[in-house]
Design a protein around this ligand. Structure first.
Ligand code: ADP
Length: 530
């Protein structure tokens, strides 16, 4: 259930993400801490090993100084002892023997001293003596502290600190290396190195304390992690709730609109945020839907109304005629009236069908190349008898223009506009017809008149279906209010536009803009590429 909701899925994903981040962070911090601590221990071990090895390395004991009366040849000639005759001082820089306690008075006796080489120590049994500073580095009373061990080249333990664990054994020599090496075993970290002669010095440290400290640190991390996770999950829940709220609003409102409340809109800021933009787009779509729906409703009502009137006329004519016996002339009159009405009905249904086909995009308009000026001229000739009845004058400025489109449909638009210009014109008025040269990739055809004009508030609606600006006058003239709607549909099917400007009492001007595309060009000129 929770997985089906966007909120639940988002929370689960974000929770997983948070847990992942916390785990990654915790493991990294723990690893770094461990690494850092081990590096410190290794450093420490290295430092202690250096001091311990320096002390434990096989050293030559201090020489024994024997006052001599005999010449020094009897002694080892390799052992260097320098007697500075001028100062009577003995240079014994290679060892630290204190000569001040020597009973021989060098200043007064100028005695030749002979220093005997010490007997070489037994490498298996020699004593390892630590200097005081080195001994302080190893607290043997504390088993968890640092310990040391020293092996002879034969692998015998020469010295081992009392706190060294029993598990400490002679490490395997890595080749002939005398470098410092490290090993870890049984919670012990050890550093060791072999000397040139094959003796091995090792210092070590128990990791039990470190492990406990690291465990404490890990627990602290877990505790902090859980606390952060709880707070984070709360935050995630709040964030998701806030993020999803507008989506819920959108779905609730959409459902209500689908249920028929077409005027409802999604409440929320239509700002530049993603959701704000979505709300804006949806509200715009709902507004257009409502307008289309209302228009459709009006259209159906208007269409039924327009059809009911001629049907009523037909019925009443027929009933009146049939009420009693009529002469053949009277029957003829009635039949003619019925025919007129039926033709009106056919005109209306044809227009409705035409519009329906345009709406469905099913209207087939075979495109041909034709001279627009010729079509305009032909349309003028078609309506001239009607214009003559009102003594209207045509002012025509045409320019030969080739146009590719549906010749019959474009002619239909021109005839519609000319019919209106005649219908709504005043007696002895004027009708202007002009084709402008191509401009901005479009040709413009204007049809103007000196008629009654259209009120500014009616102007935007004249292209609506069944809209008649002045119902009383339009009724007289007999239009259904579909002519301009059909003209608009035809022009738009040619990717053009139709506009109107009008001044009540002065006249109206209809402008048809048809875009130039391949095949539309002025006669005698090269084609204008789109
Ligand atoms: P109709 O068949 O009623 O003329 P149209 O769609 O051609 O329908 O026109 C719609 C309405 O626009 C008309 O009823 C009329 O009120 C107004 N109209 C159209 N052309 C003109 C014009 N040239 N001058 C004044 N009003 C016009």
């Amino acid at each position: 259930m929770i997985l089906n909701s966007m909120r639940g899925r988002l929370v689960i994903w974000l929770a997983f993400l948070l847990v992942g981040i916390l785990l990654g962070f915790g493991v990294t911090v723990f690893g770094l801490q461990r690494q850092n601590r081990m590096a410190q221990i290794d450093n420490d071990l290295q430092h202690r090993l250096a001091a311990f090895s320096a002390d434990a390395r096989e050293r030559i004991p201090p020489p024994t100084i024997i006052p001599l009366r005999e010449p020094p040849e009897a002694h080892d000639p390799d052992f260097v002892t320098k007697l500075d005759q001028s100062t009577n001082a003995i240079d014994l820089s290679t060892n630290s023997t204190d000569l001040t306690t020597n009973s021989v008075d060098l200043a007064t006796n100028a005695t030749v001293l002979n220093v005997l080489p010490p007997p070489p120590p037994n490498p298996r049994t020699r004593r390892i003596v630590l200097t005081a500073p080195t001994a302080r580095l190893f607290n043997e009373a504390d088993t968890n502290d640092f310990y040391f061990s020293f092996w002879s080249r034969d692998g015998d333990v020469l010295r081992r600190s009392t706190n060294a664990p029993a598990t400490v054994s002679l490490p395997k020599r890595p080749g002939q290396s005398t470098l410092i090496h490290f090993r870890t075993h049984d919670f012990l970290r050890e550093a060791f190195n072999y000397t040139d002669v094959g003796e091995c010095a090792l210092v070590g440290h128990s990791l039990v304390g470190e492990t406990t400290a690291l465990q404490d640190f890990a627990w602290r991390l877990v505790f902090i992690g859980v606390a952060v996770l709880i707070v984070g999950l709360g935050g995630v829940w709040m964030l998701v709730h806030r993020a999803i709220q507008p989506v819920e609003k959108i779905s609730t409102t959409s459902r209500r609109i689908a249920d028929g409340h077409l005027s409802e809109r999604i409440k929320g800021r239509e700002d530049h945020s993603e959701l704000g933009q979505l709300i804006g787009v949806l509200n715009g779509t709902f507004a257009r839907l409502e307008a289309a729906f209302t228009q459709q409703k009006h259209f159906t009502a208007d269409a039924s109304h327009e059809l009911r009137t001629p049907i009523a006329v037909l019925i009443s004519e027929a009933q009146t005629t049939l009420a009693r016996e009529r002469s053949s002339d009277e029957y003829r009159e009635t039949i003619e009236a019925c025919l007129d009405t039926a033709q009106q009905m056919r005109h209306l249904t044809d227009s409705l069908l035409e519009l329906a086909r345009f709406d469905a995009g099913q209207e087939k308009m075979p495109y041909t190349r034709f001279n627009l000026a010729e079509k305009v001229q032909a349309a003028i000739e078609l309506v001239r008898p009607l214009a003559n009845e009102k003594k209207l004058e045509f002012l025509v400025h045409l320019r030969d223009m080739q146009f590719t489109g549906s010749a019959s449909r474009i002619s239909q638009v021109i005839v519609n506009l000319l019919n209106n210009a005649i219908r709504y014109n005043v007696e002895e008025g004027k009708i202007g017809v002009t084709i402008h040269p191509p401009e901005e990739d479009a040709i413009e055809l204007t049809i103007s008149d000196t008629g009654c004009g259209i009120d500014p508030e009616e102007l935007p609606r004249v292209f609506e279906r069944f809209y008649r600006a002045d119902k009383a006058r339009s009724g007289e003239t007999g239009g259904f209010g579909l002519g301009l709607a059909i003209s608009k549909a035809i022009v738009e099917a040619h990717n053009g536009e139709i506009m109107v400007s009008s001044k009540p009492g002065i006249g109206s001007l209809f402008l048809v803009r048809l875009p130039i595309r391949a095949g539309t060009w002025a006669v005698g000129r090269d084609p204008v590429e789109p």
